[in-house]
Design a protein around this ligand. Structure first.
Ligand SMILES: Nc1ncnc2c1ncn2[C@@H]1O[C@H](COP(=O)(O)OP(=O)(O)O)[C@@H](O)[C@H]1O
Ligand SMILES: [Mg+2]
Length: 380
């Protein structure tokens, strides 16, 4: 697939920006805080309907304005698809495919597929569990468009269940009526949550197979990478050894664990269990990479994960996703940088941001469109 056009109105620091892409490789060069990441963020939004870094849509709208718009034209299988997102933080966002309004995220996501690799990803291992969940949630959302709808539904149920738990806070035992009422919420919570855990296991298992090979190569074969999905619902899932658990089995485990936790939840007045509390851990030769891996080793893991994601997405969609590389190349040493560039297929549209093009091999700079970005203005 190919992103042909991108049109931003009042998005971040762009008043108005229209770009036409014609080559497979595009580089945006500019000093810090000029709007390079904002450009990639708009593309990320078209693919995932979530922002790379903003916690709410408010931040995405140009200060002093009410509404932002992102429009992209994608060419896929010789057909153009027009995607519009209209962000009006005081209302629900409007999403359109070929000018037709869509009500579900799953009707929009999946048109544009991207893999995003940014400088913050290099801190994925050191970051907090929410960052790691966001990584897989956005990636899975692109592969199984219904996932985002289910995640939204899960979060709605979770909030309502949490309100109830808060209401019951401090109770040592519940009346039959209260227990029944909680059970109704528990049932919905378990059904929607189990499916998320199942799809996360499935995704991580695929990433494991691919990342392990790539990681072996970059680390000269003497390190074994193992991903573990640490779930409050279904326990530890070793992505090398364990088989993906069916949703039904996960639901049974979820139910048992929720029963065990009920007392503690009521004492604390909080939901203490569910996929929103899960984490992903990385081990090298059986040692937890958060504590034992050097900064270089951690970067190698993240590079292997991102390339595994690229490979897996290609495999599922039978097409090349867009690759966004935000500031990341300059942070990798020559060997890792070369490995990354060599791993990108010739017909993969790659959009790169950097402060300095001198960091690139002159070979790579052939047949590239280079733009400069300065204070929300893009020039060729
Ligand atoms: N909603 C917004 N309205 C106006 N300016 C914004 C908004 N959000 C971010 N910015 C500005 O965008 C710039 C950061 O852009 P960014 O793309 O992160 O820069 P970089 O080129 O370093 O990647 C900052 O100057 C910031 O003030
Ligand atoms: Mg940036």
């Amino acid at each position: 697939m190919f992103l042909k056009e991108l049109h931003l109105t009042n998005f971040r620091n762009y008043r108005e920006c229209k770009l036409n892409f014609s080559k497979n490789k595009t580089i945006f060069v500019g000093k810090n805080a000029q709007g390079k990441t904002n450009l990639l963020e708009s593309i990320y939004y078209l693919a995932t309907l979530s922002s790379i870094r903003a916690s709410n849509d408010n931040e995405l709208v140009l200060k002093g304005h009410d509404v932002a718009k992102i429009t992209g034209i994608i060419n896929k299988n010789y057909t153009d698809i027009k995607l519009d997102v209209i962000l009006n933080p005081s209302k629900k966002k409007i999403i359109k495919v070929n000018a037709l309004k869509k009500t579900k995220y799953s009707q929009f996501i999946g048109n544009l597929a991207i893999v995003n690799f940014c400088i913050n990803d290099l801190l994925l291992l050191r970051g907090n569990p929410a960052d790691r969940r966001k990584w897989i949630d956005d990636a899975i959302g692109q592969l199984y468009p219904a996932y985002k709808d289910r995640l939204l539904k899960y979060n709605k149920i979770r909030v309502q269940r949490s309100n109830l738990i808060k209401e019951y806070k401090g109770k040592i035992s519940l009346t039959d009526y209260q227990q029944d009422f909680l059970s109704v919420w528990n049932d919905q919570f378990i059904i929607s949550g189990s499916n998320l855990v199942h799809l996360r296991q499935k995704f991580l298992k695929e990433i494991q197979i691919r990342a392990m090979e790539k990681h072996k190569h970059i680390s000269y074969g003497d390190e074994l990478l193992c991903i573990k999905y640490n779930s409050s619902v279904a326990g530890d899932f070793n992505c090398i050894e364990d088989d993906v658990q069916p949703s039904k089995l996960i639901a049974e485990l979820f139910e048992q664990n929720i029963e065990k936790k009920q007392k503690e939840e009521l004492i604390r007045g909080q939901t203490l269990i569910g996929p929103h509390r899960d984490d992903i851990l990385f081990f090298i030769n059986d040692l937890d990479a958060r504590q034992y891996a050097s900064q270089g080793q951690q970067r190698t893991i993240v590079l292997a994960l991102k390339l595994a994601e690229l490979d897996f997405v290609e495999n599922i969609i039978h097409d090349n996703p867009l690759l966004l590389l935000d500031d990341v190349l300059a942070e990798l040493d020559r060997f890792r940088q070369q490995y990354l560039l060599d791993s990108i297929k010739e017909n993969t549209q790659t959009i790169i941001t950097t402060v300095d093009v001198d960091k690139f091999d002159s070979d790579y700079l052939q047949d590239v469109d280079i733009y400069s970005v300065e204070a929300g203005t893009v020039r060729r």
